[in-house]
Design a protein around this ligand. Structure first.
Ligand SMILES: [Zn+2]
Length: 269
């Protein structure tokens, strides 16, 4: 075997190892996923990216909003089955209609999204949806898919070299940090529907009325003119989203009825 053949065989073996240990199942839906980056690495990059991002973004001075986000966040986190995450909840002083959750439970809500939420249950819709993207590791899955499809060599070098800065930037991009419309972040449709599915169950278990979910997305869709073009092409249509959520409502209402406490819609934002 010459050197080139030997290297090629080595590369294929490395990829097989990566892919072989890359099969996972999403929580709640059980959908099979390809995840190449070890979760621990995603979590530590998430924490780095979160703290770096917060240095550039001013904290909200609205104590009512800060308390609300903390309260709703902790209730959702308690139902997430991830006591190993070091959950953090921040409200960013900005009119941007943005929200995201990075791996490891690092959640940021921008002030601009809060009036659309109207009350605690509406906030629970947004937060549980974003938390669901992180629990299901959608950003990590997106990175893995693009590597697996056309960048085998980059995948191997990515996994084997020390490229902390590049990785941090990638994870920020994959989870929507710094985008103007975080909630509208163009995950693919399957991931969006999955985040809706996981999210509505989470908020119900946390004691928030799940009927707030279809209502929130209907309100959100009426922001109409402000939507960026990606929203239209990558997100489930509003009618589809609402009808999918309606189908999930009976199961969600059962979870809500059996929740430790029912908070209904909670207090007004
Ligand atoms: Zn989403």
């Amino acid at each position: 075997m010459n050197r080139r053949q030997c290297l090629r065989r080595l590369s294929l073996a490395s990829l097989a190892t990566l892919v072989g240990c890359g099969c996972h199942s999403a929580p709640t839906t059980g959908r099979k996923q390809l995840l190449l980056m070890p979760e621990g690495q995603e979590v530590s990059l998430g924490a780095d990216a979160f703290h770096q991002m917060l240095e550039d973004e001013p904290d909200s001075q609205n104590t009512h909003w800060v308390e609300l986000v903390e309260r709703v966040g902790h209730r959702i986190a308690a139902q997430s089955d991830r006591p190993d995450y070091e959950w953090e909840f921040k409200v960013v002083s900005s009119p941007t209609q943005n929200a995201f959750c990075l791996p490891g439970g690092k959640v940021a809500i921008y002030e601009g999204i809060l009036p659309v939420c109207q009350d605690e249950a509406g906030l629970a819709v947004v937060m549980s949806h974003e938390v669901a993207h992180a629990l299901a590791r959608h950003g990590g899955e997106r990175m893995s898919q693009s590597f697996a499809v056309d960048q085998t060599k980059q995948a191997i070098s990515f996994m084997t070299r020390n490229q902390e800065e590049t990785r941090r930037k990638m994870i920020m991009k994959a989870y929507g940090v710094g985008t103007e419309y975080g909630v509208l972040l163009p995950y693919n449709r399957k991931q969006e529907s999955e985040a809706d599915h996981i999210g509505i169950m989470l908020m119900s278990q946390a004691g928030y009325d799940p009927q707030a979910a279809p209502a929130f997305w209907q309100r959100f869709s009426k922001l109409g003119a402000e939507k960026p073009p990606e929203f239209l092409s990558t997100h489930p249509s509003d009618s589809r989203r609402s009808s999918d959520l309606d189908l999930l409502l009976p199961e969600a209402m059962d979870l809500y009825a059996n929740a430790k406490e029912q908070h209904g819609s909670g207090v007004k934002v």
